[in-house]
Design a protein around this ligand. Structure first.
Ligand code: NAD
Length: 431
């Protein structure tokens, strides 16, 4: 099929590429001219495992193209996906101005029947507004359908998630666009749920809020484990083997972050408020998450006492492993807190250092390409992101580099008994 994706970011680029990979012809559109130029020149603006190869392959096959013209994308395709940002506003509600802008641009370029699919995460009833907007701004007065098709990919695993989704949700107002949507997704061999638009939009916020809830639940349990002398990983294993609960998203740590969970949670609280329900449970999820970071910082200050003039090595800046995304990263938040208290930092991240630089002050932060160099001359080491390679840290070498063998592990990567045997002062979460 001939498709276009408006917004070529983490979602748009991976979605467009995977659509091309299964044989569709895709135009990826972005209004960031520099990004489009980079993509047209063979560059990839984000780090996502496995993405570069399939972008190159599909560009070479002539199935994947990039443009900064929405009109070109719209005219060249039957189905148009919207994958632009839906950032939070100061009160937690969603800024829908990007969606509205794109709806108007699509409307202006439409000269024949189109299916307009919202893939961005949006509040319930946004589909209605998109349909009203397109109708109002479409001078050619052609027919169209609006569809909600929320995206569930995880950064760091996005290609695999797109190629093998757990499910595909399609929200429609009429049956007309269903066959085309099914044709797009049939090659992915996933269960397809066809529902109404409002339900489809709610599914996305409900799913992300539930996952955030799971993380806050295990973090709250971690605090009980610490106080009671239990091990949260043992508890997570014990409850996670129950199929009704599941082991995933039960890793205690310094809390969730990233471009989705915090904003989607705030949005869902706001959406609930707007329809007359006070979703206090989700406010508590937010509170536990913020508290989790404070508790971790307190662990550091309880041990190091005064942070002024202390040198701290930080492993990890991305919001989670396998990505260069630092948007609302707990690791960045932690760095900022340590810097505010007067510490200087030596930091390393396998992929996210370039994107972290603009978020941290220039003074007081040294970026190192080698994770082993981080410990040199530091008073303590902190693990802030769960990159697998950090588990391979040469602990003897790190210990030699530090002035004192202190490790604060915000992601529970090491074994407490082992660390104690090796002579470390080791503080992790919930163990
Ligand atoms: P992003 O910031 O990485 O990408 C958005 C892109 O849209 C940018 O490249 C931007 O330049 C472009 N853009 C903005 N306005 C435009 C316009 N008028 N015309 C053309 N292009 C425009 O964002 P993202 O992470 O891909 O997220 C997009 C949406 O998908 C959001 O609603 C987000 O909540 C949702 N989502 C994100 C993820 C994720 O893991 N990142 C997962 C599922 C859903």
């Amino acid at each position: 099929m001939k498709l276009s994706i408006i917004g070529t970011g983490y979602v748009g680029l991976v979605t467009g590429t995977c659509f091309a990979e299964v044989g569709h012809h895709v135009f990826c559109v972005d209004n960031d001219a520099a990004k489009v130029k980079m993509l047209q020149g063979g560059g990839i603006p984000i780090y996502e495992p496995g993405l570069e190869e399939i972008v190159k392959k599909n560009v070479a096959a002539g199935r994947l193209k990039f443009t900064s013209s929405t009109a070109e994308g719209v005219q060249e395709s039957d189905v148009i996906f919207i994958a632009v940002p839906t950032p939070p506003q100061p009160d937690g509600s969603v800024d829908l101005s990007y969606i509205e802008r794109v709806a108007r641009d699509i409307a202006a370029a439409m000269t024949s029947y189109k299916i307009v699919v919202d893939k961005s995460t949006v509040p319930v009833k946004t589909g209605e507004k998109v349909a009203e907007t397109i109708k109002r701004y479409c001078a050619a007065k052609v027919e169209f359908d609006v569809v909600s098709n929320p995206e569930f990919l995880r950064e760091g695993f996005a290609v695999g998630d797109l190629m093998h989704p757990d499910r595909v949700v399609i929200g429609v107002r009429s049956q007309r666009p269903v066959a085309a949507m099914k044709e797009i997704y049939t090659p992915f061999q996933a269960p397809i749920i066809v529902t109404d638009i409002n339900s489809a939009e709610l599914i996305k916020h409900a799913a992300n809020s539930f996952l955030a809830l799971k993380i806050s639940y295990i973090n709250a349990l971690a605090n009980i484990c610490e106080a009671a002398g239990a091990n949260v990983q043992e508890v997570a294993h014990g409850i996670g083997l129950d199929e009704r609960i599941g082991r995933r998203f039960l890793n205690a740590g310094i809390g969730f972050g990233g471009s989705c969970f915090p904003k989607d949670l705030s949005a869902f609280i706001k959406i609930s408020e707007q329809v007359g329900y006070d979703f206090k449970l989700l406010r508590e999820v937010q509170r536990i998450n913020a508290d989790q970071m404070e508790r971790f910082v307190k662990k550091i200050t309880d041990t190091l006492w005064v942070l002024k003039d202390k040198k701290i090595g930080v492993l990890g800046l991305a919001f989670k492993q396998n990505t260069d995304d630092v948007r609302s990263s707990p690791a960045i938040d932690l760095c900022q807190k340590l810097l505010k208290d007067g510490a200087t930092l030596r930091v390393h991240d396998p992929k996210a250092m370039a994107k972290a630089r603009p978020l941290l002050p220039e003074k007081g932060v040294t970026y190192l390409n080698d994770m082993h160099a981080v410990a040199e001359g530091c008073d303590a080491l902190v693990v802030a992101t769960e990159w697998d390679e950090f588990k391979q840290l040469d602990l003897a070498r790190a210990k030699k580099g530090l002035t004192h063998p202190i490790l604060f592990d915000g992601r529970n990567l090491f074994d407490p008994a082992e660390m104690e045997k090796l002579g470390w002062i080791y503080k992790s979460v919930g163990r």
